[in-house]
Structures are given as C-alpha cells and as structure tokens.
Design a protein around this ligand. Structure first.
Ligand code: NAP
Length: 346
C-alpha cells in the first residue's frame, strides 16, 4: 500500500543571475503528522513572489539565504486537514507561510483564518493579502505627497504596482504607470484608468517618458530599481518623494552595475532638489493589516480597485512559473493552484 507523502520543491543550487529551472528539485517526503497543539494543513494555492529569488542566495538582498535542500518558503492558502490545536478546526481555510510544499505542520502562530465570504480565496495572496498590503504600506506610511502632482509607479501592471497605482489615483494624483509591453500599457490605461502608461520595452521609451512627464515627477513608487530608476532620475522635481519598494531588476545581480557610475548625479539630485527617499520591508508592517483591510476590502468589493491574477495549475509547474516574474510574462499576481479542498469550510 502506498504511504501518504508530501511533495516539496526545494532549493537545489544557488543561481547565477536570474533563477533557472535547474536551481530547484521536486522531492517526495513522508507525510508529517501533527503533535499536540499542531495542525496539519494542505496547501491549495501557493504565492510566487520576487523576494523568493533573494532567498536563493547570490542575490542583491540583505536577507540571509535559505539552505540548499530547504523547501522554498512563502505564503500559501491552505485548508486544515487534521487539528490537535483548539483554535483551528478541520476545514478552516487559512493563510500560512509554509512555502512550496503540499502539506505542512503548524502550531498556529503563522496561520491567519480567511473570511471566505469576503472575496475569492486567491485574493488573500494578492490584493487582500501581502502584495496589497505592501502597496498600501508604501503609500500610507512612506509617502506623503500633496494631491495633484505626478505620481509614477514602476512594474505598474504587477501585483503590488497595480494596487499602488490605483490607490494613488484615488488619492487625487496624476498617475503614470511604467510597464513592459503593449498589453500591459493598455490594461493600465483602459482598465485601471491611469492618466498615462509607458512601455519601457518599446524603442521610443525615452520619448514616451518625456511626453508623459512634461512637468517632471513628484512621487515615485519604484518596484524595479536599476535601469528604471536611472531613466527616471532626470525627472525628479524639487522635494520629490521616492519609496523604493523593490529592485527586481537587480535581484539576481549583486555586483556593481555595468556602465557609467551615476551615484554622483543621484547624490547631487538629493542635495539640490531636496529629495526624500525611503525603503521598507513588509514584515515590519504586518500590524497594519487590519487598517489596510478596512480601507481596501470595501474598495475591491465596490470595483474601485481592480486586480488580476495569473494562476498556474499544478505543483510541478511552480519553478517554470516562478521565472515569469523576472521577464514580465506574469499578468498580475502570480499564484500556483495545486489542490482544490475536499473538506473546506462551508
Ligand atoms: P509583479 O510586479 O506582479 O511581477 C514582477 C514584475 O516586475 C514583472 O511582471 C515585470 O513587469 C517586472 N520586472 C521584472 N524584471 C524587470 C526588469 N528587469 N525591468 C523592469 N521590470 C521588471 O510582482 P510583485 O509581487 O507585485 O512585486 C513587485 C515588486 O515589489 C518587486 O520588486 C518585489 O520585490 C517588491 N515587493 C517589496 C516588498 C517590500 O516589503 N518592500 C513586498 C512585496 C513586494 P513588466 O512586464 O512590466 O516588466
């Protein structure tokens, strides 16, 4: 008789540059069994996120890398399959941080119950989960621009960027989104209603930028860094505010960038244009979740904040899907669906 087992995707090698399929291994381990106080959860939806590249090592991040052989960590939506913890019942649907595996044990400390009636379960990993929260925290806690100025968002068609752009619009700014490709530009203008959208992959990117920023930029929500930040530097206005949310262009490239050193120009801009630039990391702001949800969940329910999700089906397809984040083939929040619950709460 077959023993029940647990498939995991583990780190097989530290990447050089962007991640590659060979950097992961799919392994089969024995099914874990909960001790007193623990629950066994079954993952249904697994979130694929750019920071996971940083956890693989040889990256630009200051996060310590995980060990070779360890399952890739990250958020999931799961259902409780067995419970020896009085706070959780079989069938409860939860957000967990159990990563790229089918089953996991938890003592409950990392689990957050989902209000299943509020929105599709998958939104707990995106617009009403950590990526929506990231956009909200960046805007609410790290920027304080006057309404009416020009607010630029990079990777604007992505999970964080699309929410940041819509929140900025709702706060009365003129919002310009930057993204890769004509489809994403169309989505930003026609479906999200941004004032301008620019395709950084188009040959006339520089001209598009100049047209969209005739009066410079007052606020920047940057998800990309590197080449994108450099292209935007000449447009920083006096007292511009910048939040560096992510530098995805650089995650796989920890060394000094090739090309001319623009650091002196950057320092000059900070000094003479009185620029404020701040970075942040979401784990320091999880306590903002209730305030975020109180504002954003009604906006989503009313259709004032739109979102899209890119759902890949099948556990074994996770590594290939993950790579889409780094060349822009994802269209919205990237999620792997690996199971449909048999015993979900009604
Ligand atoms: P996402 O935007 O849905 O997907 C990543 C997007 O980045 C891709 O679709 C691609 O969009 C763009 N991209 C990738 N490589 C690029 C490059 N070399 N140049 C320009 N654009 C590139 O992913 P997300 O989860 O919402 O994350 C967005 C950013 O937020 C990431 O930098 C992430 O690390 C950051 N983040 C930060 C925190 C925090 O705590 N500070 C928390 C969550 C996320 P295009 O098709 O437009 O190129």
């Amino acid at each position: 008789m077959n023993q029940p087992s647990n498939r995991q995707i583990v780190l097989a090698a530290r990447p050089n540059g962007n991640a590659a399929p060979g950097d992961f291994n799919l392994v089969t381990r024995p099914m874990p069994s909960p001790a007193e106080g623990e629950v066994l959860i079954r993952n249904m939806l697994i979130s694929l996120d750019p920071y996971q590249r940083n956890l693989m090592g040889n990256a630009s991040s200051e996060l310590p890398p995980i060990d070779i052989g360890q399952p890739m960590p990250g958020p999931t939506v799961a259902v409780v399959e067995q419970s020896r913890n009085r706070d959780f019942a079989v069938g409860d649907q939860v957000v967990s941080w159990s990563g790229w595996q089918e089953y996991a044990l938890s003592n409950g400390a990392d689990l957050q119950k989902i209000d299943a009636g509020r929105a599709p379960l998958s939104s707990a990993l995106g617009v009403l989960g950590h990526t929506g929260l990231t956009a909200w925290v960046g805007i609410n806690k790290f920027l304080d621009p006057k309404p009416g100025g020009t607010f630029v968002v990079t990777a604007a068609a992505g999970s964080v960027g699309s929410i940041a752009a819509q929140l900025a619009k709702l706060r009365g700014h003129r919002v310009v989104g930057v993204a890769g490709g004509a489809d994403k530009v169309r989505y930003l203008k026609e479906e999200l209603g941004l004032d301008e959208a620019i395709d950084y992959k188009a040959p006339d990117f520089a001209a598009q930028l100049a047209n969209a920023l005739p009066n410079g930029l007052d606020t920047l929500f940057d998800n990309v860094g590197g080449h994108m930040f450099e292209a935007l530097m000449p447009y920083f206005n006096m007292h511009a505010q910048i939040v560096v949310c992510g530098t995805i262009a650089q995650y796989g490239f920890p060394g000094a960038a090739e090309g001319p050193n623009r650091l002196p120009d950057l320092l000059k801009a900070f000094l003479y244009r009185f620029i404020v630039i701040r970075g942040f990391a979401l784990p320091d702001h999880f306590d903002s979740f209730p305030a975020f949800l109180a504002e954003v969940a009604p906006l989503v329910a009313q259709g004032k904040i739109k979102f899209r999700e890119d759902v890949v089906v099948g556990f074994e397809n996770i590594p290939d899907a993950f790579l889409k984040l780094f060349d822009g083939r994802n269209n919205g929040k990237l999620i792997a669906r690996i199971a449909v619950p048999e015993r979900a709460a009604p």
